[in-house]
Design a protein around this ligand. Structure first.
Ligand SMILES: *[C@@H]1O[C@H](CO)[C@@H](O)[C@H](O)[C@H]1NC(C)=O
Ligand SMILES: *[C@@H]1O[C@H](CO)[C@@H](O)[C@H](O)[C@H]1NC(C)=O
Ligand SMILES: *[C@@H]1O[C@H](CO)[C@@H](O)[C@H](O)[C@H]1NC(C)=O
Ligand SMILES: *[C@@H]1O[C@H](CO)[C@@H](O)[C@H](O)[C@H]1NC(C)=O
Ligand SMILES: *[C@@H]1O[C@H](CO)[C@@H](O)[C@H](O)[C@H]1NC(C)=O
Length: 414
């Protein structure tokens, strides 16, 4: 056999290595996996990402979003958001609704007016059927963001196959402070309502009869933790259930790290900076002095015991979040800093000039333009207005579908 020239050999070896690497890459379907060994909590990279109508405001369509795993150019445009009360879910709702409207997503808009008024879909029952949504002729839903208790089988039945789930969770004591006054608890006129309430509950134990309420294990229930296991004392059983619940979600936003969570969401869902711009006016803050009150260690401990599943779940998702952020590498934090500055500039522009302004492309962002319409929506629209604008998209889609169907009937007549 004739010896191959050395340069050709080097070349062939190089090609073989490349080929091998690309085979590995094409087989590598996981975007992330929090614990590679557990195999849970994974989503598929390319296969599950649906095609999309590109956002009209993005000028450069080629600008691919670079992530640690490689490039992606197909944003996730079918998702459910579990909108847990009093977790900054309202601000998240508006941001996600804007994304949905901009991407012509098909919302499951509550068919019942009284529900729609309160941004509720299945809440508080958890039962959900197609009839609960305004009709979408000939299509599955791709967007569900109204208050609904997580019910994966029921939601999967009405959503487009491959739909991703986004959750949100808040540090349980912060959540308790906030929801206590929202639910107009009977003790709220007391001098120190939170402390009084917790002192009364000192000897409370979770019973299987009433394992959750608005101020205990409320978030766990909302996010789909099985009610019948809440009173269990078997830790491994609880963690098993928790891991199952976690495996349903592609992303769980942590209220305490809301903007950081949005950057992670952007990366994981292949979105743009433009998609996650938000109004700085509506960030949640503890409002009344009574909410801020200092609690004793004993009172805090009482809440921890009462709401044990919420704490377990929060710690789990918070840990997972930080683990995933660590996997993104130090550039993640550069991006967060850039995002906060950019968002601040956008908000300032919208409170002063409000006219057209182009934000140039850079490492983290495609070029985009904002104008007075954008500013009006950012600062003037509430949740209800956003929901209606998503509903209007579906109504338009239905009209088009009806026209098409009439066309088909006409054609078959002649
Ligand atoms: C495949 O994914 C794993 C885990 O995300 C990663 O460690 C590995 O480097 C990837 N392999 C390739 C060839 O991209
Ligand atoms: C809706 O989803 C179901 C699966 O749940 C699928 O069989 C069906 O083809 C989808 N319908 C449309 C119009 O895409
Ligand atoms: C605790 O739960 C695990 C997992 O569900 C089960 O295998 C085990 O038998 C349970 N232990 C007790 C003491 O019930
Ligand atoms: C969330 O987890 C991080 C990292 O483990 C920790 O430093 C932080 O205190 C946790 N946050 C809360 C609110 O518990
Ligand atoms: C702002 O931009 C959007 C999208 O490009 C466009 O639909 C809208 O008409 C513009 N508004 C004004 C006031 O020019």
């Amino acid at each position: 056999m004739a010896a191959l020239p050395k340069s050709l050999l080097v070349f062939l070896t190089f090609q073989a290595v490349l080929l091998f690497a690309s085979i590995l890459w094409s087989k590598n379907t996981t975007i992330f996996s929090t614990r590679p060994s557990s195999g849970k909590f994974q989503v598929n990279d390319r296969s599950e990402v649906t095609n999309t109508v590109h956002n009209g405001n993005l000028r450069t369509q080629e600008g691919l979003v670079t992530t640690r795993q490689g490039k992606c150019n197909l944003p996730v445009t079918n998702f459910v958001f579990i909108k847990v009360h009093k977790t900054a879910s309202g601000s998240t709702f508006m941001l996600l609704a804007r994304f949905g409207r901009n991407h012509d997503m098909t919302i499951c808009y509550p068919a019942r007016r009284s529900k729609a008024r309160h941004k509720q879909l299945s809440y508080p029952s958890g039962k959900l059927i197609r009839k609960d949504c305004n009709p979408a002729i000939g299509r599955n839903y791709t967007l569900l963001i109204h208050h609904s208790i997580m019910n994966k089988p029921a939601m999967d039945r009405i959503m487009e196959p491959g739909t991703k789930y986004i959750g949100i969770i808040r540090q349980p004591l912060n959540h308790f402070r906030s929801i206590f006054f929202w639910e107009q608890h009977i003790l709220r006129h007391n001098k120190n309502p939170l402390a009084t309430f917790l002192n009364m509950k000192e000897n409370y134990t979770v019973r299987s009869k009433d394992p959750y309420s608005k101020h205990r294990n409320f978030q766990a229930h909302y996010l789909g933790f099985p009610t019948k296991l809440m009173a269990s004392k078997n830790t491994s059983q609880l963690y098993e259930a928790l891991r199952t619940v976690a495996s349903w979600y592609s992303m769980v936003i942590i209220t305490e790290y809301w903007e950081e969570s949005l950057v992670l969401l952007k990366r994981k869902f292949c979105w743009t900076m433009y998609d996650i711009l938000h109004s700085t006016r509506r960030l949640h803050a503890l409002k009344t002095r009574k909410e801020h009150v200092t609690l004793t260690d004993k009172q805090k401990d009482t809440h921890r015991k009462m709401s044990n599943i919420d704490y377990m779940m929060y710690d789990y998702f918070n840990n997972t979040f930080w683990q995933r952020v660590a996997e993104e590498g130090p550039e993640f934090w550069e991006e967060v800093t850039y995002y906060k500055t950019l968002n601040h500039e956008v908000n300032q522009h919208c409170t002063s000039v409000r006219g057209e302004r182009v934000f140039p492309a850079n490492k983290w962002s495609q070029e985009f333009m904002i104008n007075s319409t954008f500013c009006h929506e950012l600062h003037g629209w509430g949740e209800g207005r956003w929901a209606v604008s998503c509903r209007d998209v579906v109504n338009k889609q239905n009209e088009e579908m009806k026209k098409k169907q009439a066309q088909v009937l006409n054609d078959s007549d002649t």
